[in-house]
Design a protein around this ligand. Structure first.
Ligand SMILES: *Cc1c(COP(=O)(O)O)cnc(C)c1O
Length: 244
């Protein structure tokens, strides 16, 4: 009994903390949109990786509708446990092709499509699953200057061909782009390069309007560059424990 009571009090404290953090982040987003003279407000995706399902439930109670996760095992368990909440699940982490089948079961959007074999695997899994709607896919762009093709995003010249491939894959829809600001460079010029790629993508695929960019440290710069979806973890949930 005492334990249940203590847990209840802990949950109330955690709820108050999340509520205050969320209010601060939402206010930053509102101000950034206003400063950029945008008349839309970008979507807030709360990145809940490494935080327990109980936090996600509290967030849902505070009006959060979209969450992001980066590891299949953790995400699939949380999505199963929280299926009653009607959340939109964004998969934002590097993805191995052998995990595609699992991810399409719960993900509404995959932000990290960075190579043709992964698009093919997701398409095959989505088709086999017989979803009512195609899976929304974002091409992850590697914004590091002079980046070699490889993991962690397609380099800019690879983006349009990969988007075309996604658009031609049954079961998938090309929905836009995702990027992380590179280390060792100011985020603003990197996001400006992303905005150029996004412009070129929309000319070719007018429905591909999502631009997923901006984290706790750089959401203002991302909003200024036209981000439609912000992925915020730390400033809502606090620091993650990296070892569990
Ligand atoms: C963890 C993560 C985030 C959230 O980062 P914070 O700095 O905690 O806001 C955003 N995007 C990706 C791809 C991530 O892996």
């Amino acid at each position: 009994m005492a334990e249940g009571h203590a847990e209840g009090a802990g949950q109330a404290g955690r709820r108050a903390e999340l509520e205050a953090n969320l209010a601060r982040v939402r206010e930053r987003i509102r101000r950034a949109a206003e400063a950029a003279a945008r008349d839309d407000v970008p979507h807030l995706i709360v990145v809940t990786k490494f935080h327990p399902a109980s936090d996600v439930r509290l967030l849902a109670g505070l009006g959060v509708a979209e969450v992001g996760e980066n590891r299949d095992q953790e995400a699939s368990a949380k999505a199963a446990e929280l299926g009653d909440l009607g959340l939109t699940w964004h998969f934002i982490g590097q993805l191995q092709t052998n995990k595609a089948k699992s991810v399409v079961r719960y993900a509404d959007v995959v932000h990290s499509v960075d190579r043709a074999p992964l698009a093919a695997a997701l398409g095959k899994a989505a088709a086999a699953q017989g979803r009512s709607r195609p899976l929304d896919c974002l091409v992850q762009v590697n914004l590091a200057q002079g980046a070699a093709p490889g993991r962690g995003g397609a380099v800019p010249p690879e983006v349009l061909p990969l988007a075309d491939l996604i658009a031609d894959t049954p079961g998938l829809r090309i929905a836009g782009l995702m990027a992380v600001a590179p280390l060792g460079e100011e985020p603003a010029p990197a996001f400006a390069r992303l905005a150029e790629v996004a412009h070129a993508l929309r000319e070719r695929h007018p429905g591909a309007t999502m631009l997923s960019a901006g984290m706790s440290q750089d959401l203002e710069e991302a909003v200024a560059a036209g981000a439609t979806h912000l992925r915020i973890g730390t400033d809502v949930l606090g620091r993650r424990r990296t070892v569990r």
